[in-house]
Design a protein around this ligand. Structure first.
Ligand SMILES: [Fe+2]
Ligand SMILES: [Fe+2]
Length: 271
């Protein structure tokens, strides 16, 4: 018998833009193909999450394009922001998006198998690049995180955040991860109820554990980070197949899948 579970499909770094993409990849086509793939092949999806970098430049037309694209599909999607986003423009186009008491794009979602915690790690305003490409959680956001974990008690929590909160081995990307990861982990470890952390930002499939807490990063739907541990160019990318993640949460386990949907010939499978 199938064990009861909560199933979360995770897209990340969809980088919508109304401009001509420099890499020649159409982000809308990629995301829609991935979403259709998930709806077609992944049964019983409970939630779909996009863990930030919703747009490439945080401009209003790109958010409007995202809104229009999402409205063409019935599946509700939880939106998060990353370093390529603009919080104010995002909230102008998505005014119904849940926020915390301090206007940060943070929220919780309680499921039958635990609490999903969505964090806002954007280090802006001011939007001052390249500094704002790094992640940061101010004291207000950390306090909100602390309270949400404390009130969860024995209920397990899955944390979603754009920036990876600890180094992952890519020199360039590790200069723009969550710069106060120690403060993050002090809270995450304190309550003993964080079961998993899901991030984006690196545009690469990476998993492991840090301070005993398992984590997973998923590939983007657009360009991917090539195997260049030592490069100091965090803009480098390659057109490896796009992907999304699937996180199945049960009482006993968390199973993480990645699906390189760009390798699938949908027409052949559907015949
Ligand atoms: Fe990104
Ligand atoms: Fe990012």
């Amino acid at each position: 018998m199938q064990q009861s579970r909560t199933r979360v499909v995770v897209f990340t770094d969809i980088h919508f833009t109304t401009a001509q993409p420099e890499n020649g990849i159409d982000p809308v086509e990629r995301f829609v193909t991935g979403l259709r793939h998930a709806i077609r092949f992944v049964p019983d999806i409970d939630h779909v999450v996009i863990t930030g970098d919703l747009t490439n430049r945080g401009d209003l037309p790109s958010y409007q394009l995202l809104r229009k694209t999402l409205e063409e599909h019935e599946t509700p999607v939880h939106l998060m922001i990353g370093n390529h986003d603009n919080r104010e423009n995002f909230l102008e186009v998505f005014p119904e998006a849940p926020i915390d008491d301090n206007q940060f794009v943070q929220r919780i979602l309680d499921t039958p198998h635990g609490r999903l915690v969505f964090l806002d790690t954007l280090d802006a305003p001011p939007y001052d690049y390249p500094r704002s490409h790094r992640g940061f959680m101010c004291d207000k956001r950390l306090a909100w995180f602390d309270t949400r974990l404390e009130e969860a008690g024995k209920q397990g929590c899955i944390v979603f955040m754009h920036h990876h909160p600890h180094p992952v081995g890519f020199r360039a990307m590790d200069t723009i991860n969550l710069t106060n990861g120690d403060a993050f982990y002090a809270i995450a470890k304190k309550h003993g109820n964080v079961r998993h952390i899901s991030c984006g930002h690196v545009h690469r499939t990476i998993s492991g554990s840090h301070h005993g807490i398992p984590f997973s990063l998923f590939k983007s739907t657009v360009g991917q980070m090539p195997m260049t541990f030592e490069s100091m160019n965090f803009q480098i990318e390659t057109d490896e197949p796009p992907a999304y993640g699937i996180i199945d949460i049960t009482e006993d386990s968390i199973i993480v899948h990645t699906e390189d949907f760009g390798l699938t010939d949908l027409a052949a499978i559907d015949r």
